[in-house]
Design a protein around this ligand. Structure first.
Ligand code: ASP
Length: 224
């Protein structure tokens, strides 16, 4: 029998309507969600925190780190709120003790509470459980039907979808766009592009960027 250690931290997956009519963090939903699943896996569930991840503090993340390190096993599934899941994944990847880095850690959660009839909770737990058994050691996120390394993922809050984090070069172009600036492709090759960053009013070039980041190449080609 294979053990999967489940650490719960709260988040929407565990939210329920309290008698006050407000959504609050209930007990971990994990066992109820897994109840219909016939399996030889053994799930060892340990509640660590019960917070909305927007309220999660650095000491909370440290507590979670210590809880992962204390797990007597290699497979660790963490249920977590989606809003700061990527931040926690990065924190764990950077702060876990060298010994704990041999573990496979997968974070997952849900956009809709498990208690709701239409929720992504079961689907995400299934994805995470399967991913856990296939991934190499390290910290990962299983969300949106996909699996990401901790250092390459963000939640696109406008769509509620987990996606690859933009490269630093794309982040710079997007920041420029958000500030109302314009850009123009100066030269484009098979694997690099040079872009002029310009003021929106006068069209005056303020800066220039040459990048071979695949997401920049796609962005300037209008593919993303
Ligand atoms: N605010 C919630 C959280 O991050 C959202 C969610 O879990 O989807 O805990």
């Amino acid at each position: 029998m294979r053990d999967i250690h489940v650490l719960t931290t709260g988040g929407t997956i565990d939210k329920v309507y309290g008698v006050s009519g407000l959504l609050e963090i209930g007990p971990p939903a994990f066992q109820a969600l897994m109840a219909p699943v016939l399996t030889d896996l053994r799930f060892v569930v340990t509640p660590v925190l019960a917070v909305d991840s927007l309220d999660m503090t650095e000491p909370d993340r440290e507590q979670l780190c210590r809880a992962v390190e204390a797990v007597d096993g290699d497979l660790v599934l963490i249920t977590h709120g989606t809003d700061t899941m990527a931040a926690t994944a990065r924190h764990l990847a950077e702060h876990l003790s060298p010994a704990a880095r041999s573990k496979v850690v997968v974070l997952t959660g849900a956009m809709q509470p498990a208690a709701m009839r239409v929720s992504d909770a079961s689907y995400n737990l299934g994805t995470a459980t399967a991913a856990l058994q296939l991934l190499p050691p390290g910290v990962h996120i299983a969300m949106s039907g996909r699996v990401f390394r901790a250092d390459e993922v963000v939640k696109d809050t406008t769509r509620g979808v987990f996606v690859e984090a933009p490269s630093p070069d794309l982040e710079r172009i997007l920041r420029w766009e958000r500030q109302g600036g314009e850009w123009q492709v100066l030269t484009t090759g098979a694997d690099a592009v040079t872009v002029a960053l310009m003021r929106c009013d006068a069209g005056e070039e303020i800066d220039r960027l040459t990048s071979s980041a695949p997401d920049v190449l796609r962005h300037v080609a209008g593919a993303d």
